[in-house]
Design a binder for this molecule. Structure first.
Ligand SMILES: *Cc1c(COP(=O)(O)O)cnc(C)c1O
Length: 432
């Protein structure tokens, strides 16, 4: 991809206002790389970002990420580091931990995992031994790679048994989960998914885990932002360990988070460092602290409610356009839908949407055709468009232009650009 000088000049003016003078410095020193960053900002602003795991983080979070905390080595935990000079980053990490425990009502938080996958790795490392049996959502039904994929450490090191959703309703079959738990006596049960559009019944999972003598690990990477805003039930009172990301609906920096009770705090901390990670990324931890503070505000609660209202409105609009929405609607930010009634498979759908600047993912639907047959579904979410300020009124517009894109109507691209232009992700000037 080539970035023209014209593109760079066009966006530099707005970007200076948004991200401060440091960006000008980068543009002068390394125009080639700066041009790529600006082109990416243009790409994110010029279309609709409907990838369910994405969002627009705030300028304050971006500022913390670009701060001198990026320079600091800090292996260990506040007050017990393997490096000198950690007095101030210790305070930053303590702030992040205090804010996370207060936000989620958890006894303990570890804010160091580099990603959601690293958080899950640490949870397994804390509770399991290689070869242990784990019961988790099967990958073709919506499980994450860390829930037993043979291509991932989880599938290599543990013996995963998969549960799924009911063929008719698309809902988790809790009787089947209970049967599998009785049959396989897993050491841990994982609840959480990359595509399940409804709230897991955490109390039911707790009961099944107790009956089986298993730990309950909630992988709430997707819904944790809704939990923070009071728009989804919390797994914290039920799960032994809650794993999460900070960059999805929660809208913080890219990273992971683990919540647990005081009884498991030491094991979780040792599983993160030194067992699976090295030095903490203090700039990211500072940015997590900023995001946790943002997420504790009434404005964030309103955003979280709006994310769900928007997803329901969008699901209704898509159903009206002939897509078959999994479970009929959604409780969360996330929608999956079968696009084959419109005469396309999931990959063709993603390509046609991309051509119209509507960015979304393909999705293997539960009980759909097995690979190598192409996926039949798409997966999308409303977190990013809600952060941009879109509300229920905009959702039928998105549904119409998305369906137009699937029909390869040329007007779809202009409609997407027009809607995106009405809701710039970084509208305000933050410095002169
Ligand atoms: C996103 C996600 C993860 C992994 O997060 P990364 O930061 O990409 O490693 C893990 N589990 C679930 C259920 C997820 O949705």
């Amino acid at each position: 991809m080539s970035v023209t000088a014209a593109q760079t000049t066009r966006t530099t003016r707005t970007t200076r206002a948004q991200w401060g003078p440091d960006f000008d410095l980068l543009a002068r020193q390394d125009p080639e790389l700066a041009g790529l960053l600006l082109a990416e900002l243009d790409r994110q602003s010029a279309g609709l970002q409907l990838i369910a795991a994405e969002n627009f983080t705030s300028p304050a979070v971006l500022a913390a990420l670009g701060s001198p905390l990026a320079n600091k080595y800090a292996e260990g935990y506040p007050g017990a580091r393997h490096h000198g000079g950690c007095e101030l980053v210790d305070l930053a990490e303590r702030l992040a931990v205090e804010r996370a425990t207060a936000l989620f009502g958890a006894q303990h938080a570890n804010v160091q995992p580099h990603s959601g996958s690293s958080a899950v790795l640490a949870a397994y490392a804390a509770l399991l031994r290689p070869g242990d049996t784990v019961l988790a959502m099967a990958l073709p039904q919506g499980g994450h790679l860390t829930h037993g994929s043979p291509a991932n450490f989880s599938g290599r090191w543990f013996d995963f048994v998969g549960y799924g959703v009911d063929r008719a309703t698309g809902l988790i079959d809790y009787d089947r989960v209970a049967d599998l738990a009785r049959e396989h006596r897993p050491k841990a049960i994982v609840c959480g998914s990359i595509s399940y559009p409804r709230h897991p019944d955490y109390a039911a999972f707790r009961e099944i885990a107790d009956d089986a003598g298993a730990y309950l690990i909630a992988d709430a990477a997707h819904p944790i932002g809704l939990v923070a805003g009071g728009a989804a039930p919390s797994p914290v009172p039920y799960a032994d360990v809650v794993c999460a990301t900070t960059h999805k609906v929660l809208r913080g920096p890219r990273g992971g988070l683990i919540l647990c009770g005081a009884d498991l705090a030491d094991r979780i901390d040792r599983a993160v460092f030194p067992f699976t990670q090295g030095g903490a990324q203090m700039h990211t931890i500072a940015a997590k602290a900023v995001a946790f503070a943002e997420a504790s505000t009434p404005a964030f609660a309103a955003y979280a409610q709006q994310v769900v209202a928007n997803a329901r409105a969008l699901a209704e609009g898509l159903a009206g356009e002939g897509l078959v929405v999994t479970t009929g609607s959604t409780d969360t930010h996330l929608i999956t839908a079968d696009v084959t009634p419109l005469g396309v498979d999931g990959r063709t759908a993603r390509g046609r949407c991309a051509a119209a600047r509507v960015v979304l993912d393909t999705c293997c639907l539960p009980h759909g055709p097995e690979p190598p047959a192409p996926p039949t579904g798409v997966r999308l979410g409303t977190a990013a468009v809600t952060t941009q300020g879109m509300r229920e009124a905009e959702m039928p517009r998105i549904a119409r232009l998305l369906a137009a894109a699937l029909r390869e109507e040329p007007a779809a691209r202009a409609a997407a650009s027009e809607l995106a232009a009405e809701f710039p992700p970084y509208p305000k000037a933050h410095s002169g």
